[in-house]
Design a protein around this ligand. Structure first.
Ligand SMILES: C[S@@+](CC[C@H](N)C(=O)[O-])C[C@H]1O[C@@H](n2cnc3c(N)ncnc32)[C@H](O)[C@@H]1O
Length: 159
């Protein structure tokens, strides 16, 4: 399975980088993980609603340009679908069964994801009603993908 994690902005925090590297390494026997970082737009505090939408659209265009048409896209959104780890594991298993070998998870920038990205998404995923920083979301998502593979293989880890 080829999994893309598509994000906005460059990861700078060392502690997150270490965690992400660790889960990428742990995931290597199960899937090919590609972490994609597209450049972010400047988003000062005083932007109008229209300007904020433009920022999201520009970032969204860059994200979607990295994803092929035959990829199953899952958009991470606070108001997306909430699932248990077992449900995510089942989803990944079903996608593999139906021959969907390319999956992209998209994480928005500081303002979130554009309407265009949400329309392209085949599914959405929420990790709760709380707002997480997008760079931290990357680490949390990788851990859950790793957990999903362990669940599907019946391997110890998942408690
Ligand atoms: C800082 S958040 C953006 C907050 C923005 N106000 C919004 O409502 O989307 C950046 C990105 O992290 C992801 N994210 C943050 N919290 C999340 C959550 N609880 N569930 C799923 N994704 C989340 C989403 O992809 C979001 O676009």
């Amino acid at each position: 399975m080829n999994i893309q994690i598509c994000t906005v902005g460059k990861l700078k925090e060392k502690y997150l980088k270490m965690g992400i590297d660790e889960f990428q390494k742990r995931l290597s026997p199960y899937a090919k993980i590609e972490i994609i970082e597209v450049s972010d737009e400047k988003a000062p505090e005083n932007l109008s609603q229209q300007e904020m939408e433009q920022v999201k659209e520009k970032e969204g265009e860059r994200l979607l340009a990295k994803i092929s048409e035959d990829t199953h896209v899952i958009a991470l959104a606070i108001n997306g679908k909430m699932k248990s780890s077992e449900q995510l594991a089942e989803d990944l298993d079903k996608l593999a069964t139906y021959g969907k070998s390319k999956i992209a998870f998209i994480i928005g920038g500081s303002l979130g994801l554009s309407q265009t990205v949400m329309k392209r998404a085949n599914d959405t995923l929420s990790f709760s009603k709380m707002t997480f920083p997008h760079q931290m979301m990357k680490l949390i998502l990788l851990e859950q993908i790793y957990r999903a593979f362990r669940i599907n293989r019946g391997e110890p880890y998942h408690k």
